[in-house]
Design a protein. Structure first.
Lengths: 325, 322
């Protein structure tokens, strides 16, 4: 399988009254064709800004992609002008947003919203586009799609709206789909259905997926490779099996220990392990490693010099001095 | 642990709504539809269910923020809906709530100290100096520093704001705390800190919790007993371990199988079925779960199952023998 997307040294900064916020800071990542890359991290770690940077949807100003390349299918997306980018956005690369409640237009029927993209990118006429919309809706498991196309978003439940979003994202046969917290606003049983749907469609259509989430359970369930982000940087990258079997970065280890497990031994006095403190503010990051104040293994060098994301185990990269001999 | 603190008897809350914008007929949405439940002193009762199952409405009824359509709730033997004046104020002192959203539930124009100390002011407890001391003490208990009392909510992180909400709730030394999704707006690493804090406080102050959450892993971690709600009713109620190891109601089984396990080696078989889109207005005289139930029998369409004891305090509302 070839490489579909390669992100090299990508930095996206926001210029604010309080100084420069490095929301995405020198990120290197790649995704193969047909692969699912999970991006996991807590709020403010830069995972959404990373996705918006790939889509070239960063509001400028205040935001700006200050360095790097995003090479998709051999073309650097950052070098395209906006007309060229519009041809790719929604067609070759599409995006599913977190909130199915707010990302559909409330005054347009579902069918019109889906056919808009099809007409624009594939140049089909109204009737053909409508037929394709119905086909896509039945693909994502919408009961009676012929009726659904005449509905407005408010007539649907959250899970159904998210299916519409996925149908819209897939209707032009994209090579890559970015899904930003696609199940966070949904109930667990609906979440399970949507994850299953994304997995099945990926298998059938061969689309690569970048799945952004804060939920390690979702990652374990749906991703093949995982990037853990912290303060705008990728701090660990591995296959999902390796990441869960041998997490290397102290932050990843801490995250895994701090989630309550449904099959963990239970008792009144059982406490969860915690990562002390909170994520530092992005406008006031310490020198050296940004995790130093919350880490149990902080050494002198962590306070002085920033570690590099390096491969310390086969295909397992980590951004930490602990593994430097 | 066997003293009943809260005794909920057949509580119902119906809201009226119109099915269509201009429809003449009124339909009632049965947010809570006949819940009976005892909460024991000193325990944590977990209440789980998906959005719209009525768990927050039940919380509001227990807090007496809403009046029921039918049914009664007794707190230490007194019907809370009959309380008024001084007695009601006394009840509000004994029962406190922690809200889900630490961003929306704090007054942005009040300092942390003023929010935490307000319950003391309302109840005319201590003098000015005594209140300041008490606020400082409680802030220390919940992991804030007394230097932070002059700060405003926007100066705090999400986890710290939730600590303010908790401090405000415990300052009157209540007996019962209703925690309505207290950690679902927080990041994982902060969530663990708050869950540990709640456990410590329970031990220190001998608190009773009603812990509401949609997250089955979180509920598992904190609860002694767990009630599963579906369409305004309790469909299963059991001790923590019993519920997770031997779930009896098909809906509980479905919920448990839907939780993604943080373990890629164990992608499990799911038992999720497509749901029919039925509102909470339906389900008259039949089991509301029956359209997507794998163990349904004929009687499910004619008769609504009662919550019955299957032995050892494990209650289930199901006609099937699952």
């Amino acid at each position: 399988m070839g490489m579909l997307l390669e992100i090299k040294d990508l930095s996206t900064h926001f210029h604010t009254d309080f100084g420069v916020i490095k929301a995405v800071d020198r990120v290197d990542l790649s995704i193969d064709e047909g692969d699912t890359l999970g991006v996991v991290g807590e709020s403010g770690c830069g995972k959404t800004v990373l996705a918006l940077s790939i889509m070239r949807l960063i509001p400028t100003p205040p935001g700006k992609i200050v360095s790097g390349n995003v090479i998709f299918n051999g073309v650097d997306l950052l070098s395209l002008d906006s007309a060229e980018m519009r041809k790719i956005r929604g067609k070759d690369i599409s995006m599913v947003f977190q909130e199915p409640m707010t990302s559909l237009n409330p005054v347009l029927r579902i069918g019109d919203q889906i056919t808009e993209i099809i007409k624009l990118h594939l140049g089909l006429g109204r009737e053909e586009a409508m037929a394709r919309a119905i086909e896509m809706l039945s693909l994502v498991g919408m009961p009676s799609p012929e009726t659904a196309i005449r509905n407005y978003p408010h007539q649907m439940s959250g899970g159904m709206r998210q299916r519409v979003m996925i149908a819209m994202a897939l209707c032009c046969g994209p090579r890559l789909m970015l899904a930003d917290e696609p199940t966070t606003a949904l109930d667990v049983t609906i979440q399970a259905q949507i994850l299953e749907l994304i997995g099945r469609l990926k298998h059938d259509i061969g689309t690569s997926v970048i799945l952004i989430t804060h939920d390690l359970g979702v990652i374990a369930e749906a991703a093949e490779h995982v990037a853990v982000m912290y303060t705008g940087q990728v701090v660990e990258y591995a296959s999902v099996e390796n990441l869960f079997a041998t997490p290397l970065h102290p932050y990843t280890v801490g995250l895994m220990e701090s989630i309550p497990k449904i099959d963990a031994p239970w008792g009144r006095d059982v406490h969860l392990k915690v990562i002390p403190g909170a994520v530092p503010s992005l406008d006031d990051l310490p020198k050296g490693c940004t995790f130093q104040d919350r880490c149990a293994h902080t050494m002198q060098i962590c306070r002085e010099k920033e570690p590099q994301l390096k491969e310390y185990m086969p295909k397992h990269r980590v951004h930490c001095w602990l593994y430097e001999k | 642990m066997t003293m009943v603190l809260v005794d909920i008897q057949g509580i119902k809350k119906y809201y009226s709504a119109r099915a269509e914008l201009l429809a003449k007929e009124q339909v009632s949405v049965k947010a809570v539809d006949g819940v009976s439940l005892q909460v024991y002193s000193g325990e944590t009762l977990g209440l789980v269910g998906e959005s719209g199952c009525g768990k927050s409405t039940l919380a509001r009824l227990i807090m007496r923020l809403d009046l029921p359509t039918a049914g009664r709730i007794f707190f230490e033997g007194e019907n809370i809906f009959k309380l008024s004046g001084k007695d009601l104020k006394g009840y509000r002192r004994k029962v406190q709530i922690i809200f889900q959203d630490p961003y929306a539930s704090l007054n942005p124009r009040r300092t942390a100290g003023s929010t935490i100390g307000e319950p003391l002011l309302i109840n005319q407890m201590y003098d000015r100096e005594g209140r300041a001391l008490e606020v400082a003490r409680i802030m220390d208990v919940v992991g804030l520093t007394k230097e932070q009392k002059g700060r405003y909510p926007h100066e705090f992180s999400g986890g710290q704001r939730q600590r303010i909400g908790i401090a405000r709730a415990i300052i009157l030394k209540p007996q019962l705390i209703v925690a309505d999704e207290p950690v679902s707006a927080l990041d994982v690493s902060i969530q663990a800190q708050i869950l540990n804090l709640l456990k410590d406080l329970q031990k220190e102050f001998n608190l009773t919790y009603i812990f509401i959450s949609h997250d089955l892993s979180v509920v598992r971690h904190v609860s002694d007993r767990i009630a599963v709600m579906h369409f305004g009713r309790i469909v299963e109620l059991a001790e923590n371990r019993e519920l997770y190891e031997h779930p009896l109601h098909p809906y509980t089984v479905e919920l448990l199988s839907a939780v993604p396990a943080p373990d890629p080696g164990r992608k499990k078989e799911r038992v999720i079925r497509e749901r029919e889109v039925t509102g909470a207005t339906n389900g008259q005289g039949k089991c509301p779960f029956h359209p997507r139930c794998p163990v349904r029998v004929e009687v499910c369409e004619k008769d609504e199952p009662e919550l019955t004891d299957r032995g050892g305090g494990h209650f289930v509302a199901c006609h099937g023998d699952a």
